[in-house]
Design a protein around this ligand. Structure first.
Ligand SMILES: [Zn+2]
Length: 152
């Protein structure tokens, strides 16, 4: 998910009245007829549905434009964030299921951590991309020339 998409959602969220919101039958302006409305925790009017006889249609008033924008985008924002949660959960499961060689990318299952440790250790000794392979080659070359290899 692009960072600008997350930042746009974050900006709408931070600009809106802080929740939680609650449906109440009240009058957020003080005295007067009470009506069904979605209010913020300090009585902010989030949505006042219009009543039309027996029908009620939403889309009434919102005290602040930022709240109206956040509410209008809420379904799409939730869908976007839920998709991101799914993607990150899948990625996390993948990362928790395997460890890998950082040099060649070979994967080793983590279902049995003891076996994974042994498998990685065995792999390091035979991985041609791992720096150990270059050191082994250098030691072999030194030995071929009759020079002893020493620990640094
Ligand atoms: Zn490797």
């Amino acid at each position: 998910m692009p960072s600008q998409e997350i930042e746009a959602i974050r900006a709408r969220h931070e600009a809106a009245t802080k929740g939680p919101y609650e449906w109440l039958n009240a009058n957020p302006y003080g005295k007067g007829t009470e009506f069904d409305c979605l209010q913020g925790p300090n009585g902010e009017l989030m949505i006042q549905p219009f009543h039309d006889g027996a029908m009620m249609r939403t889309g009434g008033f919102c005290d602040r434009a930022a709240d109206a924008e956040a509410l209008a985008a809420s379904w799409a924002d939730r869908a976007t964030l839920l998709d991101e949660v799914d993607r990150l959960r899948e990625r996390n499961a993948e990362l928790e299921a395997h460890t890998y060689c950082a040099y060649c990318g070979d994967k080793f299952p983590l279902s049995d951590p003891g076996k994974a440790k042994e498998a990685v250790a065995a792999h390091i000794n035979q991985c041609t991309a791992h720096p150990v392979a270059a050191l082994k080659a250098e030691i072999a070359a030194l030995r071929r020339h009759g020079l002893p290899a020493r620990k640094a």
